[in-house]
Design a protein around this ligand. Structure first.
Ligand code: GDP
Length: 728
C-alpha cells in the first residue's frame, strides 16, 4: 500500500496542474490543528485513531504539553476530485501570536490559504494578521467557519440565527480583505458562499458543508441544525465528510502553482522578468535555472540539516550544485532530494518546479535564503516578520565544558527560527537570545535543554529597546585613527512614508535602481537621494551624495561596515538604531590603499555616525503591544484596569450581547506576569490576546531611569557619552 502511495505521489509531483500548495491559518484555538489532523486522516494519510488527539502536527513535546502548534511542519495528501487525483501539500502554521514570523515564511511557500474562524468567537486579531500576511504574499484565501456545533449547543441559537451568524462572519472577513487589498477583493477574491469559497462545519466532529456540496448532496442547513441539535454528529460526518468538502474547495478554488506563480512572482521577486531565471519562474518551468526559497530548516537525527522550501523554477536532483545568494560563492551539492508523503519525507529522483522540496546538503542556507543553480540571481524579497524581537534572555552553559556545544546549538536555533536573534554581549561575554515574547523564549530555552541536551542557566527576560534620531544633524566629520581619511555625513529621521514602504517590502535593495527610485520619488523623496541609495538595513538608509571621489567605490563596503556597526548599538544604551537616514556628503581618502584599510575606515565612519546620532537628538524607544481582552460585561472594570495600570491606554470598547471587548495598548516592559494577573482579576473568565504594535518613545518621566538601568545591566559606563567622546 505504501509503495502504491509513493507511486501516486511521485506521479502527481510532475503535473503542476494537479498540485495545490496550501497553508491553514487561524487565531489560536479556532481549530487549525484539529482540522489539519482530520484532513490527513480523511485523506487516508494517517490512522483515524491518531487524528483528533492532536498528536500529529504537534509533534514537539512542548507543543503537546502546551496544546499549541509551534513549528511549521509539512505534510501532503492525495485527494480525488472530478475523477482526477490531486497532490495537496499543506504547511502547518503556528497559531500563537508570539510566533507571527513563522506564518510569514509558510505563506511564502504556498499559493492558497484556508482561513479558519471559530463561529462563536468570530474574527480575532490574529485572524486579521494572518489574512494580511496571506494577501501580502499573493496567497489566495478561502474560509472555513469552524465549531458550528457550538453555535447550536452552547449559544442555543435557532436555525435562522445560526445562518445569520455565519453570514456575519463571512461579511466581516470580506470587509477585512477589502480593507487590506481592494484590488484583490474586486478581482474575485471576495469570499462567496454561493460560489463555494466558504465552508461551514466542525473540525472536531469531522464534518463540513459548502453551498455547492449541499446542492449536490441534498444535505441542507436544516439537516445541519437538526443533527447538531440532536447531537447526531455521526450522521453529519458520514453524509458530509470534512476532508471531502474542504479538499474539494481547495482543489476547485485555490490556484495550482503555474497559475499562482504568474501572479505571485512579481510580488515576491523584483528581478528582471526577461532574464532566464525570471521567465522560468513566471512559467513555473521545470526546465531552466532552479530557484528555491528556503522557508524552514530542521535537524533530522539521521539526515542532518533538512532545508524545506518552495521550488519556483527548474528541477532538483541528488548531486545538483546550488548557490546560496548572499554568501560565499561556493557550490552546495544536494545529497538528498525529497518531498512529503503524509508526514514522511521520501526521496525522489528529480523534483520539478511548483513543489515543496525537502533537501539536504545546503550547507550555506538559512531560513529565507534564495538558492539557485545560477551563481548570481536577484534574491526573493526578504521574509517580513510582523512582530519583532521584543524580549531577550541571557543564557550560559551550566558546565564550562558545554560552552562549545552551546555555541553550536545557538547557531542552530538562529537558523531554525528566523524570528530569533542570537548575539553575544561583547562586554560581558553572555549569549543573548531575543524573541517575540516571554512564551517564545521559554519554548526556545526549553528546547535547548531538552532536545539539544545542553544544561543552561537562563536570566529572567529583559525588554529590547531601540534608539532613534529625532532631528536633523550635521555635517559631522569622522576622522580615521591615522587622520588621513575623513568622512562627512548628515543625519536625519527617516520619513514615515519611506519607513512604511520598507516595512511593506515595496522598497528594498533587491530592486532595480530605477524601480526603487520611482517609488521613492512618488512617496516624496528627493530624486537625487532616491537614486543614490547604497544600503538599507532594517529601516535605516545610507545614501551616497558624493560625486567622482577617487577610490571611494572600492572603499564603500568598509564605509557601510562602519555604518552597520554603529547601527547595532546606539550611543544612549547600546540598543539597535532605527529610522535613521544618513547622507554621505564628502570624503577624503589617502591615495595609498594601505592607509585606508578596515582599521582606518570602519572606526572613522562608526564614530561619525554615533556622534551624529547624539547631535540628532537620540531618543529611546520601547516595544508596545496591542491588547484585546474579551470578558463578560460585569468584568469590564477589572479588565480595563489591567491595561491602564500598566502605563497603558484603552482606546476602544465594543459590546456584543453580554460580553465586552476592551482594546488598548501597553509597553512590553509592563506586561510581565500579565497572563496570571488578567486571569485572577477576571476570575478566569477573560479571553485575551496581545500583538506587537511597534516601538514608541519612552516617556520623559522615566527615560533617565530606564537608560541608567540598561547601561548598568550591560556593564557600560554610567555616564552617557558626549559627541566629542567619539570624535576625539
Ligand atoms: P488551534 O489552536 O487553532 O490549533 O486549535 P485546536 O485545533 O487545538 O482546537 C482548540 C480547541 O477547540 C480544542 O479543544 C479542540 O478540541 C476544540 N475544537 C476544535 N474544533 C472544534 C469544533 O468543531 N467544535 C468544538 N466544539 N470544538 C472544537
Amino acid at each position: 500500500r505504501r509503495k502504491k502511495m509513493v507511486e501516486r505521489v511521485t506521479e502527481l509531483m510532475d503535473k503542476p496542474e494537479r498540485i495545490r500548495n496550501i497553508g491553514i491559518v487561524a487565531h489560536i484555538d479556532h481549530g487549525k490543528t484539529t482540522l489539519s489532523d482530520n484532513l490527513l486522516a480523511g485523506a487516508g494519510m494517517i490512522s483515524e485513531d491518531l487524528a483528533g488527539k492532536q498528536l500529529f502536527m504537534d509533534s514537539d513535546e512542548e507543543e503537546q504539553a502546551r496544546g499549541i502548534t509551534i513549528d511549521a511542519s509539512n505534510v501532503s495528501m492525495v485527494h480525488t476530485y472530478g475523477g482526477q487525483e490531486f497532490l495537496i501539500n499543506m504547511i502547518d502554521t503556528p497559531g500563537h501570536v508570539d510566533f507571527g514570523g513563522d506564518v510569514t515564511r509558510a505563506m511564502r511557500a504556498v499559493d492558497g490559504a484556508v482561513v479558519v474562524v471559530d463561529a462563536v468567537e468570530g474574527t480575532m486579531p490574529q485572524t486579521e494578521t494572518v489574512l494580511r500576511q496571506a494577501l501580502k504574499e499573493g496567497v489566495r484565501p478561502v474560509l472555513f467557519i469552524n465549531k458550528v456545533d457550538r453555535l447550536v449547543n452552547e449559544l442555543k441559537v435557532d436555525q435562522q440565527e445560526m445562518q445569520i451568524r455565519l453570514g456575519k462572519v463571512i461579511d466581516k472577513v470580506n470587509k477585512l480583505i477589502k480593507g487590506m487589498n481592494e484590488k484583490m477583493y474586486n478581482d474575485g477574491w471576495k469570499l462567496d458562499a454561493a460560489m463555494g469559497t466558504v465552508a461551514f462545519g466542525s473540525a472536531l466532529y469531522n464534518w463540513a458543508v459548502s453551498v455547492p456540496f449541499m446542492q449536490k448532496s441534498g444535505v441542507s442547513f436544516k439537516d445541519v441544525f437538526e443533527k447538531c441539535n440532536a447531537g447526531d454528529m455521526k450522521w453529519l460526518a458520514k453524509n458530509s465528510p470534512l476532508s471531502d468538502v474542504l479538499l474539494d474547495m481547495v482543489v476547485k478554488h485555490l490556484p495550482n502553482p503555474t497559475d499562482a506563480q504568474k501572479r505571485r512572482i512579481p510580488i515576491i521577486w523584483h528581478g528582471d522578468k526577461e532574464t532566464a531565471e525570471g521567465k522560468t519562474m513566471m512559467n513555473c518551468d521545470p526546465n531552466g535555472p532552479a530557484a528555491l526559497m528556503v522557508t524552514d530548516i530542521s535537524f533530522d537525527p539521521h539526515a542532518g540539516e533538512v532545508a524545506t522550501g518552495r521550488l519556483f523554477s527548474g528541477t532538483l536532483k541528488r548531486g545538483t550544485e546550488l548557490y546560496v545568494m548572499g554568501t560565499a560563492k561556493r557550490a552546495n551539492r544536494l545529497s538528498q532530494v525529497g518531498i512529503f508523503m503524509g508526514a514522511e519525507r521520501i526521496e525522489v529522483e528529480a523534483l520539478p518546479a511548483g513543489n515543496i522540496a525537502a533537501v539536504t546538503g545546503l550547507k550555506d542556507a538559512i531560513v529565507g535564503s534564495t538558492v539557485s543553480t545560477m551563481m548570481d540571481i536577484t534574491p526573493f524579497e526578504a521574509l517580513k516578520h510582523y512582530s519583532e524581537p521584543v524580549m531577550t534572555v541571557a543564557v550560559e552553559a551550566k558546565n564550562m565544558k558545554d560552552l562549545p556545544k552551546l555555541v553550536e546549538v545557538l547557531r542552530q536555533v538562529g537558523k531554525e527560527d528566523p524570528t530569533v536573534q542570537v548575539s553575544i554581549n561583547e562586554e560581558t561575554g553572555e549569549h543573548l537570545i531575543a524573541g517575540m515574547g516571554e512564551l517564545h523564549l521559554e519554548i526556545i530555552t526549553g528546547r535547548i535543554k531538552r532536545d539539544k541536551g545542553v544544561e543552561i542557566i537562563t536570566s529572567p527576560p529583559i525588554v529590547v529597546y531601540r534608539e532613534t534620531p529625532t532631528q536633523k544633524a550635521g555635517p559631522v566629520e569622522g576622522k580615521s585613527p591615522n587622520r588621513h581619511n575623513r568622512f562627512y555625513i548628515e543625519l536625519e529621521p527617516m520619513d514615515p512614508a519611506v519607513i512604511d514602504l520598507i516595512l511593506k517590502g515595496e522598497v528594498s535593495m533587491n530592486q532595480q535602481v530605477i524601480e526603487r527610485r520611482d517609488i521613492l520619488v512618488t512617496a516624496g523623496m528627493d530624486k537625487d537621494e532616491a537614486k543614490n541609495i547604497k544600503a538599507i538595513e532594517g529601516t535605516n538608509m545610507f545614501i551616497d551624495m558624493t560625486k567622482g571621489i577617487q577610490y571611494l567605490n572600492e572603499t564603500m563596503e568598509l564605509v557601510l561596515d562602519g555604518w552597520r556597526e554603529a547601527l547595532r548599538g546606539g550611543p544612549l544604551a547600546d540598543e539597535q538604531v532605527q529610522n535613521l537616514k544618513i547622507k554621505l556628503l564628502d570624503v577624503k581618502l589617502h591615495e595609498d590603499a594601505i592607509h585606508r584599510g578596515p582599521a582606518q575606515v570602519i572606526p572613522a565612519v562608526r564614530s561619525a555616525v554615533k556622534a551624529g546620532i547624539l547631535y540628532a537628538g537620540d531618543s529611546l524607544l520601547e516595544p508596545v503591544q496591542k491588547i484585546q481582552i474579551t470578558v463578560p460585561t460585569e468584568q469590564m472594570g477589572p479588565a480595563t484596569s489591567q491595561i491602564q495600570g500598566r502605563r497603558g491606554q484603552v482606546f476602544d470598547m465594543l459590546s456584543e450581547g453580554d460580553t465586552m471587548t476592551v482594546i488598548g495598548k501597553a509597553p512590553v516592559a509592563e506586561l510581565f506576569g500579565f497572563a496570571g494577573d488578567v486571569r485572577s482579576a477576571t476570575e478566569g473568565r477573560a479571553m485575551w490576546s496581545t500583538e506587537f504594535a511597534g516601538f514608541e518613545v519612552v516617556p520623559g518621566g522615566i527615560v533617565d531611569e530606564v537608560v541608567k538601568g540598561i547601561r548598568k545591566r550591560k556593564g557600560l559606563k554610567e555616564q552617557i557619552p558626549r559627541p566629542e567622546d567619539y570624535l576625539a
